[in-house]
Design a protein around this ligand. Sequence first.
Ligand SMILES: C[S@@+](CC[C@H](N)C(=O)[O-])C[C@H]1O[C@@H](n2cnc3c(N)ncnc32)[C@H](O)[C@@H]1O
Length: 300
Amino acid sequence: MTEAKTPPMDSPSGDVEILIGDSRDLLSRLEARSVQCCVTSPPYWGLRDYDHAEQIGAEASPDGYVENLVRIFREVRRVLRDDGTLWLNVGDGYARNGGTGKSGPNAQVGNTRKRIQRRNCEVPDCWGLKDRDLMGLPWRVAFALQADGWLLRSRITWVKKAPMPESVKNRPSNATEDVFLFCKTPTYFYDNQAVREESGANLRNYWMLGPDPGGTFHPAVFPRELVRRCVLLGSRPGDLVLDPFSGSGTTDVVAVELNRRAVLIELNETYAIQSKARMDSGLQRTLFLRPGQGSVQVKR
Ligand SMILES: C[S@@+](CC[C@H](N)C(=O)[O-])C[C@H]1O[C@@H](n2cnc3c(N)ncnc32)[C@H](O)[C@@H]1O
């Protein structure tokens, strides 16, 4: 792993800290049992290039990706309070041989770049995958986390009101993603009154969400409403929320709007700086950018 760079700016410490560097290094510096709720979306395997040699998602094979995520979320478990929760959004993908067209796993869409695509133009030699197989990555990650000690409590289907168009003719177009709810112990904090169905019934496990225009500098931004639900269900005002793959900082923008504190980790310094600007522009009171080196103190 490369060393984290010194950030270009500092500001007085406040409710949110951005740690610039690799989650595999930086999580170990957070205090055990300090975080109430982790809401995160790691890079999907083989989909996008986040411009850093140590990026998750660029592993040669998806089984290496699952191993890396297990290792990172083991540290997340350590820093979670015993009644804490992990809300994990992971995307799927197809095993493909060749292809660099306008759709499918090798497409040049948005900020998708070629480096990862070339590597994944061969069907990975694992899990008995064949050309055009859906890899089932969300569930492979979920099963691996279960085996590592996590308690899996729910699979929420995020139904996209405006999904990315796909020009496929031999299968239905993808319009959903998975969000898994994990916990450490059976007696975890879950505020079932915080988000209800319109009828007043207990919230169901499919969430229909539209696109969110905020945070457009990043290619894979969470809808704020998705994060809002996870934070409201999984924490109380004043609690600490973590995102170890923070991207444009959506988790933290929402956490602060809901009067939680937040700590986020992002490998790509440019995204970290841009997310600071996003939060400084009216959504965030104070923010402390901290290098990956030296000790990390989570403000209380
Ligand atoms: C899918 S994006 C997260 C987007 C975020 N949910 C948002 O709303 O903006 C994943 C992020 O993880 C970052 N990343 C990749 N590998 C990482 C690592 N080893 N440690 C920390 N961040 C990493 C990427 O740079 C990317 O910004």
